[in-house]
Ligand binder design. Sequence first.
Ligand code: ARG
Ligand code: ZN
Length: 861
Amino acid sequence: PVILREDYRPFGWLVPEVRLDFDLGLTRTRVRAELTVQRNARADHADTIRLNGDGLKPLSVTVDGAAADWRMDGDDLIVPLREDAHLIAVETEIDPTANTQLMGLYASGGMLCTQCEAEGFRRITFFPDRPDVLSVYTVRMHGPKAVFPILLCNGNRVAEGDNDDGTHWAEWNDPWPKPSYLFALVAGDLVANSKPFVTCSGREVECNIWVRKEDLARTDHALESLHRSMQWDEEVFGREYDLDLYNIVAVSDFNMGAMENKGLNVFNTKYVLADPDTATDADFDAVEGVIAHEYFHNWSGNRVTCRDWFQLSLKEGFTVLRDQLFSQDMRGEAVKRIEDVRILRAAQFPEDAGPLAHPIRPDSYREISNFYTATVYNKGAEVIRMMRSMAGVERFRAGTDLYFDRHDGEAATCEDFVRAIEDGAGLDLAQFRLWYSQAGTPRVSVSQKVEGDSLELTLRQTVPATPGQPDKQPMPIPLRVAVHSRAAAALGAEQLVVLAEAERTFTLPLSGPDPVVSINRGFTAPVVIERALDREDLVFLAAHDDDPFARSEALQELAVGHLVGTASGTLSADQQAAGEAAIIGAFRSSLADAALDDAMRGELMMLPSETYLFEAMATGERKADPGAIHAAREGLKAAIGSALADELGALHARASAVPLDDPAGRGARKVKTQALVYLAAADPGRTAKLAAQQYDAADNMTDRQGALMVLCGLDCPERDERLAAFHARYKDNALVVDKWFTLQALSLHPDVIAQVRALAEHPDFTMRNPNRVRSLYMAFAGNPQGFHDASGEGYRMIADVILALDPINPQTAARFVPSLGRWRRIEPARAALMKGELERIMAAGKLSRDTFEQVSRSLEG
Ligand code: ARG
Ligand code: ZN
């Protein structure tokens, strides 16, 4: 069945209080639930209550103590209710070890934990499992003390005790009313890294990071990140924490990154554990970002939650924006912004241009798990960022203050958020609301004309048709622009223009002759800018623009134009040579620019990804040719590597001399491996030696992984030796073994398909652990050379993974579908192979709702 946004109705009953009693066991857990229900005066009268279930059987159902006259409707339990208030008690029994979907209560490495968002609570007990039903939970847990010495739940522990039979119990109470998706429970043999945080009003909060004993030494970064997040949210958004306890638990089997359950976040170990020997600088950043994200949900998600799942971006888009702003403040604005835009383009733009395109507030779904997407999260964040850009930081803060104030304790909608920003920030967002309802990435074309001493800048927008949305209206697009002068080497002042019409001409002051427009500075709007700037203008912007984002953007534009031109065979030999020379020249300047720090230099040295180049190549009738894109990009890398061999060698040597804990160390490590990447493309033999040296000398995972990544793409003895050494050194560390799989699955090696097949047979590989599955197969699906191999073998392998994983873990299986779903934008021979695999999956029958929805949409759209 398809669920429609317009079908929302308030639930007939309120459930102000819930009491849960768990008798815990790894293979048998008894759950007794008591729900206090009251008629909802704001809903239509109902003489039954529907309690959602998923694979549950009720062992007993009573209403006010007497056996109830219940019936099942599919998976749901229907109980007749006559009066305005009742006490319903239901007992169920579940087997956490058999729960391979990892939704609801499940076993992971000998412990028990839960994941309830979006609809996992109904796999634990019968309940109105929807986010607009808010209850105060009191939970009693009981189990064998030797197996589960630690018993955790939301809120505060109010009582505990031991029994004579080797069992013990704890009772927890969460004073804040919450929807069932924020419920969590953890029972296991865990230890904590603890440090109190004192809030702005003086509340002392006990902060704990709970892990297995052997992981304790790698939890300081997570704990420090939590403290920094708490401090930042007080300072920047005026949000204070509201309990005396904040628990974070790391589990090794987890479908997503982490979960913001009230007072008891459950995390994938990947986003908790970090030390320099086992985690890269990027891993450290990811831990900090996800810890912050889940913490910020305490206000944007928990105190103000979502009315229904169509409103998911209300909490996710806003919280992603909040974590991005936090990381910008922690690590530097420009580099973080460049990274976030790279992610948006690699993950969200293709989604918006394909069969799975949906607005940030979708109109329909079959399985909500399929809508935890880059569109809802990352584009959702961009949409709110645009409001912030238009309002300015201070007025935006007035808007968010009003939002939190007005809706605290409520289940709100995206519309509520927009109205609060309108009222609080003083914006008119009437037309802006289209960003919530229209899918597709707008394209803005730019033309310019000098008129006296000003520039007439004409901007035109089109929003492409997407599945179910053939016609689009123009949306307000805020763009920061500046008009520079190349001839005068003068930089113009920046201003914000808002393009709200299909076409409009803006008059801007000139800063000198030969104007060069710098547009969408800081990436104020999630759009594609279409323009044909001269190579010289792009080179000028890449070297001189005062907005660092615009600098990197100019280099990207230069490279995209050149690579798409090369791949589609539209460049003359002269154009080809001139384009390559310009890019090499721009690289040479950024290598030599002493005013740049290495972190920014590392960004400027990054070529556009192949997926992004597919998008740029697939315009109008033209399709993307993965083989040609790959060849063009590798060719450019080799040209850069050989033209700049001396400079890159010198950079590698300079960066290698910077010590681990030097403040400049991070940037140095970034450019060090970048240098190897280009050198390897030009001179594999010599670079193999250099990479092996970097590997052997490394005192941190960033250098080690970087060197191994480069070696993985080369056919040399150093490759196999270092891969074996890496595995031997880290064989007991699951997260690092994941890296070992990923490096090989992502490699540029010509035999990558055969290597991935062999890795699937490795004793360390298992389909039961999502991190391991992703480490091999998500990585491979993101390896354009292997996945798009002209034989179609890469497509077949991923289709086989979907079929094998679907019965075990449908949520994770369905995440592999979008890579095959992009077939319409790919050249015909490969497109037919991709589509054939989707049809083969469809024909296999008996698919989960998750996979069925994604495959059928990919074939229809
Ligand atoms: N709310 C979590 C987060 O973004 C993600 C939960 C995803 N759950 C799911 N079933 N897809 O922080
Ligand atoms: Zn989130």
